[in-house]
Design a protein around this ligand. Structure first.
Ligand code: SF4
Ligand code: F3S
Length: 79
């Protein structure tokens, strides 16, 4: 799945939400960023192209410290 990473923090532009065909990008008012549900994302890449701060990438493309966002996104949907 695609993953939302650090540049989203404090920006929360939400352009990604409007283009997602399966409506799998969510947040809450008090959360620092938006999150992609890894069980619903169909890897269409529309969100990656829509984000003005390049916060979104496929999980396989994430390197180093940015890889922790894979779990950060998934954890938002676990409770
Ligand atoms: Fe939604 Fe497509 Fe982005 Fe996955 S890659 S979160 S399906 S817009
Ligand atoms: Fe965040 Fe970019 Fe979406 S800033 S809310 S990932 S459009």
């Amino acid at each position: 799945p695609y993953v939302i990473t650090e540049p989203c923090i404090g920006v929360k532009d939400a352009s990604c939400v409007d283009v997602c065909p399966v409506d799998c990008i969510h947040t809450t008012d008090d959360a620092p960023q938006y999150y992609i549900n890894p069980d619903q994302c169909i890897d269409c890449a529309a969100c990656e192209l829509a984000c003005p701060v390049s916060a979104i990438a496929h999980d396989a493309a994430l390197e180093g410290d940015m890889r922790r966002y894979i779990e950060i996104n998934a954890n938002f949907y676990r409770s």
